[in-house]
Design a protein around this ligand. Structure first.
Ligand SMILES: [Fe+2]
Length: 392
């Protein structure tokens, strides 16, 4: 049987026949919806306005695992006509940011299922407090980043407004769904641009539709991951040994038992080593069922959580740590190693499905976390994004 015939037969016989590209509404349908729903406060932005001035290089990119190997695209693709779906705020004649937030959410509720990523340009918010007011107007169920895998400090105390990532700007963050390694993960993610990077300074947010990724993956790779699932293993050092995300900071306690209980409540199995380091294990499907539709969805961090992501970073250059001593690692669900060629294939396919857009100050993007992966291109200079996540 030819590869193509096998692929077709497998897809037709598999549960993944559910996974198919999302049909997009036509622009006419959308404009009708827009005017009737929102009173026309938003208008479409042509894709050319979203495109970076210079297409970011992906192949042979510094600190990006797999980028010198097979299958990587030369450059990050530009936005398509519909992804991300860009709209501009036509009028700033809003009585408050609460009202603007409510308008955005109304638009999101009508369109995010089809569009999966909606960029609102020209939101009149200038500060983190403004962004908080905007999210309050959206009236979602805020979700904390507690248990998240990277440093993401709170921007405002007593709120769920975070600085998007404290990872150095020189690092390119691989495409991923947010927090699939925890029992509770966000359904929607909102990024807001307080400070845009300079025109040629990078910092684009790559986005890829999970359905596009699955359709391009080798069916045998998909099948193995579906059968075995993914094991996420986290290494949290004792604070006496490292100041990079020690377990005492992660759980806001000095008490081992208290930390253990908090980790178990989040679905983790806990192990300690003789040095006082903590290891958390969580096993999840690579293709969980969508909570609303029941469809199988590609929702995981197989690659960005794998130790090869850390190994590509300069701080680990020349270090020869055992894999479990890196901050996080993934295995198949039975604990066996994921083959290097599988990781390369997953990375190459993900990047070949990604598009990137250029941030402007006042941009808000809403992502359907269950159906879209996001990442970050490296950047120079200043760039400031805030993030807010919701459980609904
Ligand atoms: Fe993320």
């Amino acid at each position: 049987m030819s590869t193509f015939a096998f692929t077709l037969a497998w897809r037709q016989s598999s549960r993944f026949c559910h996974i198919r590209p999302i049909k997009h509404a036509t622009s006419n349908v959308l404009s009708t919806k827009t005017s009737s729903v929102t009173g026309s406060i938003f208008e479409r932005i042509p894709k050319e306005e979203l495109a970076p001035k210079t297409r970011p290089r992906v192949r042979n990119r510094e600190f990006l695992p797999g980028s010198t190997g097979d299958g990587f695209p030369e450059y990050l693709a530009e936005p398509s006509d519909s992804f991300p779906h860009g709209v501009r705020v036509k009028t700033r004649d809003q009585s408050s940011l609460l009202e603007m937030g409510a308008n955005c959410m109304e638009y999101i509720k009508k369109n995010l299922t089809d569009r999966q990523a909606i960029l609102f340009r020209g939101i009149p918010a200038e500060t983190a407090e403004d962004f908080l007011a905007l999210t309050q107007g959206m009236r979602g169920k805020p979700l904390s980043y507690e248990g998240g895998a990277v440093p993401r400090p709170k921007e405002l105390k007593n709120s769920d407004i975070y600085f998007s990532s404290a990872e150095p700007g020189a690092y390119t963050i691989e495409l991923h769904n947010e927090m699939p390694y925890l029992k509770t993960f966000p359904r929607k993610i909102f990024f807001f641009c307080l400070k845009e990077p300079g025109e040629s300074c990078g910092g684009e947010t790559p986005l890829a539709k999970c359905s596009d990724i699955v359709l391009k993956l080798d069916p045998e790779v998909v099948k193995k991951l579906e059968v075995k699932g993914v094991m996420y293993v986290r290494h949290l050092p004792d604070k006496s040994r490292s100041d990079y995300m020690p377990w005492q900071h992660q759980f806001y306690t000095e008490d081992r038992k208290a930390a253990e209980i908090r980790a178990q409540q989040r679905g983790n199995t806990v192990r300690w080593d003789d040095n006082g380091d903590m290891y958390l294990t969580y096993t999840a499907p690579a293709f969980p069922s969508h909570p609303a539709t029941g469809e199988k969805i590609w929702f995981n961090q197989v690659t960005s959580y794998h130790c090869t992501y850390s190994k590509a970073l300069p701080q680990y250059k020349g270090s020869h740590l055992p894999d479990e001593k890196y901050p996080h690692n993934t295995y198949y669900g039975d604990g066996s190693d994921i083959e290097p060629e599988v990781l390369q294939h997953l990375r190459a396919v993900s990047w070949s499905c990604a598009v990137g857009f250029r941030w402007k100050k006042g941009d808000l993007i809403a992502l359907d976390n269950l159906n879209v992966q996001h990442g970050r291109m490296a950047f120079k200079g200043e760039r400031k994004l805030l993030v807010h996540m919701t459980a609904d």
